[in-house]
Design a protein around this ligand. Structure first.
Ligand code: UD2
Length: 359
């Protein structure tokens, strides 16, 4: 009798243990830590230089909501199709990265997948000198549209910390203010962002944050910008050039610059005003662009569009794993093209002569 009870107890315990292991396997968020010890200091962005960065990331393991063995209620959503969908735009690059357009993703499904992962997202924005005037609108509209329902920290870099407007944020969302010096040259303010982003990632974000987006302050959100934009290295197509041939793109064309792209080279023209991805990828991008910008400066050359030129060279060599359509950075002065079904984020109209410290 005792022996039988003992066996039964053992069987019950083993079954419970196996079920427990299976449950953990299915429901965990698959965080893992990888150490990068590669330190190749090079000023050529064609090399994967860098980085004593500890990467904490969610691998691309997408667990659908409520798909665990204890819960049979699954999310209902429209049946996906591979023969119907957007036909007016290209939705994948030649290196098979998705190009995100309205109508190519299901926001409810995506949110439910990424909310289970409890991700945290950082955004950086610079408001130096008169550009502080754009901050209120930026922050208020970010609160309405940028990763709503997620943990978000917006890092504001400014020379006027006392002028940062108070904006009411939902739980789990915060504005973090960091002081930076003023400058007499707008080119320097714009370009110095890479260095500050690199340092922010190294000194503050690695242990707390999963993804980062770096955005221009003279812009505002008009529509959803959410989990569909997540990826390793994320670039936004510039709204001004996507109908043009590559030879017309405003890449840096002087071969002596480290941002050089030849007329018959390059994929797309990407925005300097919005880019992002995982911490590790953005760290590598920022560090490489900063180094190339600084080494150019030593030789007395400043790329045509400062860090935007270096970013474009970088993204040509290091292909983005997700490309966001111009819905993700339009310009208010442009009328909306037919293929733009929604404007999510857009640069406001501004008078450069009034707001920049130099011409
Ligand atoms: C483009 C890019 C911008 C940058 C620049 C080249 C887009 C939409 N914009 O815009 O990201 O690559 O070309 O350098 O792709 N800033 C200040 N104070 C200043 C000047 C600039 O805070 O006095 C910051 C601010 O966050 C601003 C950003 O730098 O949003 C870029 O400067 P910009 O908007 O004047 O550059 P712009 O319009 O030439």
């Amino acid at each position: 009798m005792h022996a039988l009870n003992g066996k039964t107890v053992t069987v019950i315990l083993l079954t419970a243990l196996m079920l427990g292991v299976l449950y953990c396997y299915i429901s965990q968020t698959f965080r893992f830590v990888v150490s990068f010890q590669e330190e190749q200091e090079t000023d050529d962005s064609s090399f994967r230089s860098s980085a004593s960065v500890v990467l904490k990331t969610h691998v691309f393991h997408l667990v659908a909501p409520d798909q665990n063995m204890w819960d049979y209620r699954h999310l209902q959503y429209k049946q996906p199709s591979i023969v119907e969908g957007r036909t007016d735009v290209v939705t994948v690059t030649p290196w098979l990265a998705p190009v995100v357009w309205e109508g190519t993703f299901n926001p409810v499904l995506l949110d439910s997948i990424y909310q289970q992962q409890n991700i945290s997202v950082a955004a950086t924005v610079f408001a130096v000198g008169k550009y502080i005037m754009f901050l209120k609108n930026f922050l208020e509209t970010a609160e309405q549209h940028f990763f709503v329902g997620f943990r978000v920290h917006i890092y504001v870099f400014t020379d006027q910390p006392n002028e940062v407007p108070q904006v009411k944020m939902a739980d789990g969302r915060k504005v973090m203010v960091r002081s930076v010096p003023s400058s007499n040259r707008w080119q320097e303010i714009s370009a110095r962002r890479m260095e500050l982003i690199q340092t922010l990632i190294e000194e503050e974000l690695l242990k707390t944050t999963d993804y980062i987006f770096c955005l221009d302050v003279d812009s505002k959100f008009h529509g959803r910008w959410g989990a569909e934009s997540l990826g390793g290295l994320v670039a936004v197509i510039h709204p001004g050039y996507y109908w043009d041939s590559r030879s017309k793109f405003p890449y840096e064309r002087r071969p002596q610059s480290r941002a050089y792209v030849a007329p018959e080279e390059g994929d797309f023209y990407y925005c300097g005003g919005a880019f992002g991805g995982s911490l590790q990828e953005v760290h590598l991008l920022a560090k490489t662009c900063r180094l190339n910008f600084e080494n150019d400066a030593v030789e007395g050359i400043e790329a045509a569009w400062q860090e935007e030129s270096h970013l474009n060279r970088y993204m040509w060599i290091n292909k983005p794993s997700k490309v966001l359509s111009p819905e993700y950075l339009w310009q208010d002065f442009k009328s909306r093209n037919r293929e733009i079904h929604i404007i999510r984020f857009s640069g406001v109209v501004k008078n450069y002569a009034d707001i920049r410290p130099n011409v």
